[in-house]
Design a protein around this ligand. Structure first.
Ligand code: GLU
Length: 511
């Protein structure tokens, strides 16, 4: 058990093999929340010892993603720290001595089998309807330091034969493990194989060795990671024991499940249902591209809030959490064991809530490029005022532009249904009268103008609904929309009168 007096230190340890899936972001988030809550450190370590799976650009993508999410690292590849370097490929020299230490203490051995020999063994087992496993049943028959003499081993190493160091898994032992989320777990070693820890061919450790050595050297107190690493836990426990090191505590997080049906949330689900499974757009080296939450118009706070609740339950009805509130409320005890189903509609709901809460100026900055793309030139202040009128109805930033566009540009056309319903001779004649009234009004205060117009309509005994909807068609192109007096006061009286004239010219006097 980790000793409670140690300063909490956790790490996010991704392998740069492609874009960071939102499940990975959630792992980083839970580590970050845990560290902040305990006044501890959050470390970003890049596990890039598998050169076959290395993808250029992936490390940078991970760093950018965490920044966008507001997940700050205390130590890591970017800023360095007391345990630098934080990229495993730059720590190469560290690992061999530890692998050798395990050989010396009788916990590991050299194996010289070539790829061809192992392949032949696999095929032979297959032909017999079995699966080959490199384990206690074969380790003394194969090309290993357990079967060869010390002299043979030394000679082979000296002449440059390739070798690996394998962990010597106990033959029949119940490994007793504890997981903060899953509780006590017992696994017998009978079915576990002798994992490779180090390979002379590329002078690199495998994940298991590098991960344990670095967690130890970096003084990690809690390992919080995805459920897919649970099968490695017995080996990791035994490695800590073999080294005689204090073990961190472990917490394995539940999988993120598809919106419907069985299985893990995958990139293909995102493509199929049209939602992102990556934080940022990912342009892969092979030319393919996958959409991201950022580019799809999600605010980072909404994305983080949504992710935090995928697998963790605060135990209350509260759904909206700022990062600080998450840091206070988060607890590994309330992380569920079972998979968390991803719900794209809920993600949208969170975004709409955060757009509502966001500062108008910030939203205006965010959508400025969209106005520009549409050829609408507008100052941030004007855009912010416009956005304030309609933001409760937006889910994405682009909606803010769609909903405010006509505050800056005259309607390009008139909604047919609205016209058929309200653009009638009586209404059009009354609109001409209303135009005169508006012309004489100052319309600086929308509520006061509205009251004056309503009073006038009543005094004339005109139908309020008929006339106001006719006015709305002229000004807004359709009989629904934000408060018409807010629109008029926003666009200004001159523009409002001009729109009435343009509508009359283009729609005629009504039937
Ligand atoms: N490099 C592993 C990964 O890509 C880290 C697993 C762990 O946190 O131990 O997920």
């Amino acid at each position: 058990m980790a000793d409670n007096n140690r300063k909490v230190r956790v790490r996010f340890a991704p392998s740069p093999t492609g874009a960071l899936h939102i499940g990975g972001v959630r792992t980083a988030l839970y580590n970050y929340l845990f560290a902040r809550q305990h006044g501890g450190d959050f470390i970003l370590r890049i596990e890039d010892t598998d050169s076959q799976r290395f993808v250029p650009g992936a490390e940078n993508y991970i760093i950018e993603s965490l920044k966008w999410c507001g997940i700050h690292t205390d130590e890591g590849v970017e800023q360095g720290g007391p345990h630098a370097p934080y990229r495993q490929s730059e720590r190469k020299e560290i690992y061999l001595q530890y692998a050798k230490q395990l050989v010396q203490s009788g916990n590991a051995y050299y194996a010289f089998d070539t790829a061809e020999q192992l392949d032949a063994l696999r095929k032979q087992a297959e032909a017999e309807g079995k699966t080959f496993a490199y384990d206690h049943t074969v380790r003394r028959q194969l090309q290993t330091s357990l079967a060869l003499t010390q002299q043979e081993v030394d000679e082979r190493i000296a002449r440059g034969d390739n070798w690996v160091i394998r962990f010597m898994m106990p033959e029949d032992e119940d490994v007793q493990m504890d997981d903060i989320i899953r509780g006590h777990i017992v696994i017998n070693t009978k079915t576990l194989d002798d994992k490779v820890l180090y390979k002379s061919a590329d002078q690199l450790p495998t994940y298991h060795l590098a991960n344990i050595v670095d967690d130890h050297l970096m003084e990690i107190t809690h390992v919080i990671r995805g459920e897919e690493w649970l099968p490695s836990l017995p080996l990791h426990y035994l490695l800590y024991r073999a080294f005689g090191w204090q073990r961190p505590e472990f917490a394995h997080l539940p999988l993120l499940l598809k919106p419907q049906g069985q299985g893990k949330l995958s990139k293909r689900d995102g493509d199929k249902f049209g939602f992102p499974v990556f934080p940022l757009q990912w342009d892969a080296p092979d030319g393919s591209s996958a959409m991201g939450y950022r580019e799809s118009g999600y605010l980072p706070e909404a994305f983080i809030n949504m992710l935090a609740l995928l697998g963790w339950n605060p135990g209350t009805e509260q759904e909206i959490f700022s990062m600080d509130e998450l840091i206070n409320a988060f607890s590994l005890d309330k992380v569920s064991k079972s998979g968390a189903r991803f719900n794209p509609d809920k993600a949208k709901w969170f975004n709409a809530q955060y757009i509502r809460m966001a500062d108008d100026q910030r939203l205006a900055q965010l959508v400025q490029p969209i106005y520009a793309q549409r050829g609408i030139s507008v100052t941030i202040d004007r855009a912010a005022q416009a956005i304030a009128l309609i933001k409760e109805r937006a889910t994405f930033p682009v909606d803010l532009v769609d909903l405010t566009q006509k505050l800056f540009v005259r309607p390009a056309d008139y909604d047919e249904k609205s016209v058929a319903k309200f653009w009638k001779a009586d209404n059009v004649a009354r609109l001409a009268e209303l135009r005169q009234l508006l012309e004489a009004d100052s319309i600086t205060d929308p509520a006061a103008a509205e009251a004056r117009v309503h009073e006038w309509i009543k005094s004339k005994d005109y139908s309020m609904g008929q006339l106001m909807n006719t006015l709305r068609i002229a000004i807004w192109g359709v009989s629904q929309g934000p408060s018409i007096f807010h629109i008029i006061s926003f666009i200004g009286k001159e523009e409002a009168l001009a729109r009435i004239d343009v509508a009359a010219a283009s729609l005629g006097q009504g039937a």
